[in-house]
Design a protein around this ligand. Structure first.
Ligand code: P61
Length: 467
């Protein structure tokens, strides 16, 4: 929360509309998770008490966003809403050209999958993100992790664990040859690392290195605003700058971006590709017309576009970001003070339980994070998300499970949705479950989709006693 004269400010909004929620009885929760195949993605949201599955598309929109939606121009072409959205992207992020999509993965499909990656290419990025990796691999490329080593250590308190390891990046370029590296992909507030920020200094250095080799740099900016706030807080020289100024400087170190507006822009649906090169824009815009919708709406209705245009400006407000990140931190501090193992330091959008330390008795072959997410729902109706071996999937060449060092349950806080009393309920429930952790049983996978398996996979307990 922002501070003024040492008195802590409250959230910079008041609540006008509420959505009732209720906690099912324990037997009902046991039935629901069994029917969901012990996968929290498969639960009905009505059966969830506090939903921390994701911060994607789940934020509460403001009066300004809802009223802008009423002003939407739904004409097929030449819509005023489209111009307003493109202007907002230019003002807030500085990209000259914008291709509209319905969400982030459509932008990834076009820019990574159809335009930049050719079979046999290598794309460096910090750790990985599921959909980004999918589109790079589907085009015949390989995603290569160039995160600093500390990113894989849940206990390292490095303030910028999202940094790119420049030595790893350069040695990849030397090893495979510059022609095989179509772009450098940099994620802000790296999701799979526990929501860890990248520093401005590192962004600048990645840019310099890329320039030397003439390799384009493409950002994943879905949580760049939250990253900007952490730069303001943690990086020398930025405390007096606004998050808006910081974000513009960040984006100036890239050639383009993909954006899922469902995160930092606080909308239910939307996305885009931002670019500075007119030729790449022309190719992407034509592909957008072929795959997602005509150039003036992409995959969005104008209502969506208006909400994104306003949300981009609201999402970068300093007081809002301080309140939003303050709430996530509040949950994290409540857990870490009580000795619950989490990824440190707490990032901007979520608190990540460290399932390996939470369940030291459980081998990774029994999916500790999946088991812990299912157990937490059964215990208290709180829905989190597995981010471990299930999410990592299989090695595309050997077909073996990838066993990541980070085996995590993400407790993702939607924007402007819950109060700190909800956070207290979550913290108290996790704490209680931690005290009963030796009761939690592992799972075996009984249904596995070929790609992005975590969305639909089904599990059964390894013993008769479901956790
Ligand atoms: C999320 F379990 N994230 O965090 P789209 N890049 C990045 C994302 O975080 C991201 C996308 C691109 C989601 C939704 C989701 O494995 C999962 O608008 C850094 O969702 O297409 C999305 O943006 C894609 C959840 C996606 C997952 C994939 O909850």
């Amino acid at each position: 929360m922002p501070h003024r004269n040492k008195v802590k400010l409250a959230e910079p909004y008041r609540i006008k509309v509420v959505e009732p929620i209720r906690l099912l009885k324990r037997e009902e929760r046991e039935r629901a998770i069994k029917e969901a195949g012990y996968n929290t993605f498969n639960l009905k949201s009505e059966d969830v008490y506090i939903d921390l599955l994701t911060d994607s598309g789940t934020g509460a929109m403001s009066t300004h966003q809802w009223s802008a939606m009423m002003m939407a121009d739904e004409a097929y072409s030449g819509r005023a809403s489209c111009f307003r959205l493109k202007k907002a992207v230019q003002d807030v992020m500085g990209y000259k050209y914008v291709v509209l999509t319905n969400q982030g993965r459509a932008a990834e499909h076009i820019l990574y999958g159809k335009v930049l990656v050719k079979p046999g290419d290598y794309v460096p990025r910090q750790m990985y993100f599921t959909t980004s990796k999918f589109h790079i691999e589907a085009a015949g490329g390989t995603l290569v992790d160039v995160a600093i080593d500390e990113a894989h250590d849940p206990l390292s308190r490095q303030p910028f664990k999202g940094n790119v390891d420049l030595r790893k990046l350069e040695s990849l370029i030397h090893k495979v040859g510059v022609k095989k590296v179509p772009f450098i992909n940099v994620e802000m507030n790296v999701n799979m690392e526990g929501g860890q920020p990248i520093s401005m200094e590192n962004l600048r250095k990645v840019r310099e290195l890329a320039k030397n080799y003439r390799i384009p740099v493409i950002f994943d900016v879905c949580r760049a605003m939250e990253n900007a706030f952490l730069i303001k807080e943690r990086e020398p020289g930025y405390s007096e700058k606004s998050c808006a100024e910081i974000l513009l400087e960040m984006c100036s170190y890239s050639d383009g971006c993909v954006m899922s507006a469902k995160k930092d822009a606080i909308v239910n649906m939307g996305g885009f590709i931002g670019l500075n090169d007119p030729d790449t824009f022309e190719v992407c815009e034509n592909l957008g017309i072929e795959y997602v919708g005509s150039k003036d709406y992409g995959g969005m209705s104008s209502r969506d576009m208006e909400a994104v245009a306003v949300g981009l400006r609201e999402g970068i407000d300093d007081d809002y970001l301080a309140s939003r990140i303050g709430q996530v931190r509040y949950l994290g501090e409540r857990l870490s003070e009580s000795g619950v193992p989490i990824v440190e330091p707490v990032g901007a959008h979520a608190v990540y339980l460290d399932a390996k330390r939470f369940l030291p008795h459980m081998p990774q072959s029994q999916f500790p994070a999946q088991s812990l997410a299912a157990a937490l729902y059964t215990h208290s109706g709180v829905r989190g998300m597995e981010r471990g071996v299930v999410s990592a999937g299989r090695d595309k060449d050997t077909g073996e499970n990838i066993n990541p060092n980070l085996e995590l349950v993400r407790l993702t806080v939607p924007r402007r949705v819950y109060t700190n009393l909800h956070m207290d309920f979550v913290a108290d429930s996790v704490l209680q479950l931690y005290e009963e952790r030796d009761q939690i049983r592992g799972l075996k996978m009984v249904y596995e989709p070929k790609h992005l398996r975590f969305f639909k996979a089904r599990f059964e307990p390894v013993t008769n006693a479901p956790s």
